[in-house]
Design a protein around this ligand. Sequence first.
Ligand code: AP5
Length: 220
Amino acid sequence: MNLVLLGPPGAGKGTQAKKIQERYGLTHVSTGDLFRAALANQTALGRQVKKYLDSGQLVPDELTTAMVAERIAQPDCAGGVMFDGYPRTVGQAKALDGLLLKAGKKLDGVMYFDVTEETAIERLSGRRICKGCSAGYHVKYMPPAKPGVCDRCAGELYQRSDDKAETIRERLSVYGRQTEALIGEYRARRLLITVDANRAPDEVTAAVLKALEKLSGSGR
Ligand code: AP5
């Protein structure tokens, strides 16, 4: 199965990707995570994309798609991929179709995480991530047992630099201008599966897994 997780920043794509991975074993390819790793490792790509991530703008399509092409050529992607945060433009959606076609694969579904802007802002403002193991938390909705400390590895929790109020606003506006149009495109192609993601994490997970059960059973 090859899936796209679509939705605004803060919709809960990364949180649910982990649940899907546990159940279906799909490889999680998050373009945001790949860019942040390149930045942290100070690679040439990292230096190129820094200004975009810092300002909440999209990295140019060519750079993004080249990175995705390289990632999905790895052996762990052979059994199926869950694309998180890609595609984000009409150009990237076309490029993804081409990449899958070239590999003799197809897109099986696009899971759209539907949330209000208010919910997205609240989630992003309270998000915390572990420096050690990258586990995700939320100060109100998924708090760690001890504030600022990871339950899993006792690592220090930090706030993503693009999760500050001004950049959150810009990311949501960029989503509205450049990504939202993909909802209609994928709906027209009968690939869209809409999940009401405004609910509590466990309720969203239940809805996601139920939808995927249907999809995997349908042989679409
Ligand atoms: P990226 O890392 O992809 O960020 P994003 O799309 O903005 O998504 P987020 O990771 O912020 O949100 P999410 O939906 O995964 O939410 P999460 O599960 O963490 O992109 C960052 C940047 O990289 C972009 O701005 C751009 O510059 C660049 N980039 C990336 N991809 C690109 C592309 N394809 N093209 C060009 N540029 C690209 O949840 C958020 C918080 O809410 C967490 O604290 C979580 O604990 C909490 N939470 C989750 N679910 C619930 C729930 N149901 N109830 C309560 N709280 C919840």
